[in-house]
Design a protein around this ligand. Structure first.
Ligand SMILES: Cc1cc2nc3c(=O)[nH]c(=O)nc-3n(C[C@H](O)[C@H](O)[C@H](O)COP(=O)(O)O)c2cc1C
Ligand code: SF4
Length: 535
């Protein structure tokens, strides 16, 4: 059925796509008629998104409820300040505005604000003053993504040089580089490009996944806002290799500044794009607030205007993706690496890092560090070096760190010295590097409350496609809430069964991944949690 919906949605093409129609027009019946799609499908899609849901339409200001702001403990006071300007019914929530470096984050009239005291908030409300956030940017080793931003001329020279080479030659350099995806799964980019290049189709797509939903992560935001030409270069180069005529940037609406910067850079590049001898267009799609749309098949369903549920694979997107056409979806950071690899060569990139994790990784440090910010670290450096040399050590008393977003591991501080920054070190120690966001959990923050926060997030963001996740996340959340509020002890065997069912039975890494941090906490914080469990 969804294959047929993809075809119906494809009739209108990308420029007049169903998703943007849904976001821009509340008359869902008219849209259903125009796209020949049932009203239930249209309403099913609209009701999925935070920013399109009827209950959110009247909100005037949105308070960040992501993990970093929660652990920093700033949001209660922020809400009290905002209540001096708004009725409490006008205050909504957004999950992670990427202001984890200074917290007190909120979204108001299309802009994000953070780190303001009450007097500064009053100024924002009265004058709509724009406040630019600032955070440190640095590197440990060779900077590939955090050097001086490239100019339009450098972009043009590099792309002109690229087009003198054969597509197989460029792909060969990417293979030599061994670049693995930075969105979480660590899959080699060259495999996906190779597969899409060799799939026959008159139309193909490149999608840049800029839906950075992991609470604590703001490295994609950094690239979109401060290195936009690196991102656009990676999209164009990938499109050239596979023969795609569209490069789509699916950017979360929680990052309005990123959307504006990318738009501006695409406009500046427009004369050059028109002059090159292959048919290509950039297209920005502003997401509408759903964490699961970061999962690549849900993202594809989203652009098609379908309810963004995860798709069963195979077929893989490189063979049957957007509008059933070959599509390569890559993370912002992965794509941003292509400029260095294509200008300096695959060997240059491959020489950095460890055996299986090549190159550098951006890491987002939150406000638990003395110097929060975005740091580019050569794969293989010790985590201790990153925290001390980049972060300047902890600014607060921390008992654990969650690294890799809500599905990433919970690492007690005494395990930090065992870890190096690479995919293998994390997985061998029972954790996950993921997108490498770091959120500090303070000593006085109850671990049970943090676990409930994770389960609550997992329930809210579940796409509902498979029952282990749809039902299991809710049951887990209820057990934890009952333990906290009603002192009802959790049956450990039942809880373990639930976690194993989620891990083994879920269709995607949302339901499949949420047990990891919970299991970590059960191991490393067993004393603290024992009061909440029986047997
Ligand atoms: C629940 C969930 C959320 C995800 N969110 C993101 C995201 O925000 N950004 C991202 O690039 N990848 C995300 N991914 C991974 C994508 O599905 C996909 O693997 C990635 O975009 C591929 O790009 P890469 O190979 O460059 O990493 C998510 C996966 C899951 C299961
Ligand atoms: S695990 Fe959760 S998010 Fe993933 S497909 Fe199943 S219901 Fe959807």
């Amino acid at each position: 059925m969804s294959k047929n919906l993809s075809e119906l949605s494809a009739r209108h093409g990308l420029e007049n796509n169903l998703f943007e129609n849904l976001a821009g027009n509340p008359d869902t019946e008219a849209i259903a008629r125009e796209f020949l799609i049932g009203k239930a499908s249209v309403n099913g899609a609209v009701s999925f998104y935070d920013f399109l849901k009827a209950e959110n339409r009247d909100k005037k200001v949105y308070v960040c409820n992501g993990s970093a702001c929660l652990c920093a403990g700033t949001q209660k006071q922020l809400t009290q300040h905002l209540e001096q300007h708004f009725d409490s019914s006008e205050i909504g929530h957004m999950t992670c505005l990427g202001r984890c470096h200074e917290n007190s984050a909120f979204h108001y009239q299309g802009r994000n604000y953070s780190g303001l005291d009450s007097a500064e908030i009053n100024v924002v409300m009265d004058n709509k003053k724009s406040v630019k956030d600032s955070y440190r940017v640095g590197s440990l080793g060779t900077p590939i993504l955090t050097g001086k931003a490239i100019s339009i001329d450098q972009f043009i020279n590099a792309f002109d040089a690229l087009m003198t080479k054969g597509k197989n030659e460029i792909l060969g350099e990417l293979k030599i580089s061994s670049l693995r995806g930075r969105g979480g799964a660590g899959f080699p980019i060259s495999f996906k490009l190779d597969s899409a290049m060799n799939t026959e189709s008159e139309q193909k797509y490149i999608i840049c996944n800029a839906d950075e939903g992991d609470a604590g992560a703001y490295s994609d935001r950094y690239l979109l806002e401060q290195q936009p030409l690196l991102v656009l270069f990676g999209i164009l180069a990938s499109a050239y290799i596979i023969g795609a005529d569209h490069g789509i940037l699916y950017i979360r609406a929680e990052y309005p500044e990123s959307i504006a910067t990318i738009k501006n850079n695409i406009e500046q590049l427009a004369p050059y794009i028109e002059s090159i001898n292959f048919d290509f267009k950039f297209k920005i799609i502003s997401a509408q607030g759903a964490y699961i749309c970061g999962e690549e098949t849900a993202l594809i369903n989203s652009i098609e205007g379908q309810r963004p549920e995860v798709r069963v694979r195979p077929p893989f997107p490189t063979q049957q993706g957007l509008f059933n056409k070959p599509t390569v979806v890559n993370n912002v950071e992965t794509l941003a690496c292509l400029y260095s690899i294509t200008t300096k060569g695959g060997k240059f990139y491959n020489a950095i890092g460890t055996d299986k994790s090549k190159g550098t990784k951006l890491i987002s440090l939150d406000s638990c560090f003395t110097h929060p910010g975005i740091y580019e670290v050569e794969m293989g450096r010790t985590l201790l070096d990153v925290f001390e040399q980049c972060g300047g050590g902890f600014a607060k008393d921390i008992k654990a760190l969650q690294i890799g977003g809500p599905l990433g591991g919970i690492i007690p501080t005494n395990k930090i010295s065992d870890l190096q920054l690479n995919f293998e070190s994390f997985s061998n120690n029972g954790f996950l590097l993921g997108h490498a966001s770091v959120v500090g959990i303070p000593v006085d923050f109850p671990m049970i409350k943090y676990l409930h926060h994770l389960f609550e997030f997992a329930v809210y963001e579940s796409c509902g496609k498979c029952f282990p996740c749809r039902l299991g996340t809710k049951r887990g959340e209820e057990l934890l809430l009952n333990a906290i509020k009603n002192k009802q002890k959790i049956d450990r065997e039942l809880f373990t069964d639930l976690l194993n069912t989620l891990e083994q039975g879920s269709l995607c890494a949302h339901g499949g991944g949420i047990p990891l941090p919970i299991k970590n906490a059960l191991i490393y914080f067993s004393d603290e949690l024992s009061d909440y469990f029986c047997n």
